[in-house]
Design a protein around this ligand. Structure first.
Ligand code: KIV
Length: 289
């Protein structure tokens, strides 16, 4: 008698045939040399699901489980309503779907601002529940103490300055930052404060090019731009934006595909074939009855 083992692992659960060695936070930080130069620009994309992580992972150094999932996945109006539970669930999926990239998970609004201790509790939960290597939090000088507190306690932090979408209610919109001299100086000071507090990298979002260049030249850690400048040490985009999944995207986004149109066409073809099916007649089902 033979014994059969049922293989319950579906092909969807086993992504790449040969697991690679995962990059580490110190290696990302070291991509910007002591001379302030980055030999090869750092590639980061957002991912919210295991399958997308599987597809992007071989091409990136960093995968960001951004709180932009609020709008992209959940159809929320902003990132403000995003919860720690959402970030943990999607973060764990992205870690499961990746082998190579450092996975960074956004701390959602309300999970870290009150105090460094509050931030530590949230960040520790994120790392424990997801297996990710780092968190990202928005804010400059006001968050420097928190960045230092987490970094000193074993939690790598990626900073995020310039346009900080969680502060949309204070900013009044998503326009580019740093247009006035005072605002430009504040963003530069924010980047310096977060870098000196121990951030291993900093996202510069929606800032004018002069500010992005000045910050990149000034801080020791890599800067990752989005709507900032190609002079940053790295680049991040929301994956669904660069894939063309939405009709409207920020002006700075380069589209590498037109998935919205392609998905629409595939769904239309499918629907057409289903509707063209002829149901069998009773005679065909019960011949001679
Ligand atoms: O949430 C996100 O996707 C982000 C990127 C825009 C940097 O923070």
């Amino acid at each position: 008698m033979s014994t059969f083992t049922i293989d319950t692992a579906t092909s969807r659960a086993t992504p790449t045939p040969a697991p690679m060695r995962r990059l580490t936070v110190p290696r990302i930080k070291a991509m910007k040399g002591a001379d302030g130069k980055t030999a090869q620009p750092i590639v980061m994309l957002t991912a919210y699901t295991a399958r997308m992580a599987q597809l992007l992972d071989p091409h990136c150094e960093l995968l960001l489980v951004g709180d932009s999932l609020g709008q992209v996945i959940y159809g929320l109006p902003s990132t403000v309503p995003v919860t720690l539970e959402m970030m943990c669930a999607h973060g764990a999926a992205v870690v499961r779907g990746s082998y190579h990239s450092v996975v960074v998970i956004d701390m959602p609004f309300g999970a870290y601002e009150a105090s460094p201790e509050h931030a530590f509790a949230s960040a520790a939960r994120i790392l424990k529940e997801t297996g990710a290597a780092a968190v990202k939090l928005e804010g400059g000088s006001a968050m420097a103490e928190t960045v230092a507190f987490l970094s000193a306690r074993g939690i790598p932090v990626m900073g995020h300055v310039g346009l900080t979408p969680q502060a949309v209610n204070m900013l009044g919109g998503y326009g580019a930052r740093g247009k006035s001299e005072a605002e430009a100086a504040k963003i530069l000071a924010d980047a310096v404060a977060v870098a000196e507090a121990g951030a291993f990298a900093i996202v510069l979002e929606g800032v004018i090019e002069e500010v992005a260049i000045a910050a990149t030249k000034t801080v020791a850690c890599p800067t990752i731009g989005i709507g900032a400048s190609s002079q940053c040490d790295g680049q991040v985009l929301v994956t669904e934006d660069m894939l063309g999944l939405f009709e409207r995207t920020p002006r700075f986004v380069k589209r590498y595909d037109d998935l919205a149109a392609r998905i629409g066409a595939a769904a239309e073809a499918y629907a057409g074939e289903v509707r063209a099916r002829a149901f069998p007649t009773d005679e065909q089902i019960y011949p001679g009855k």
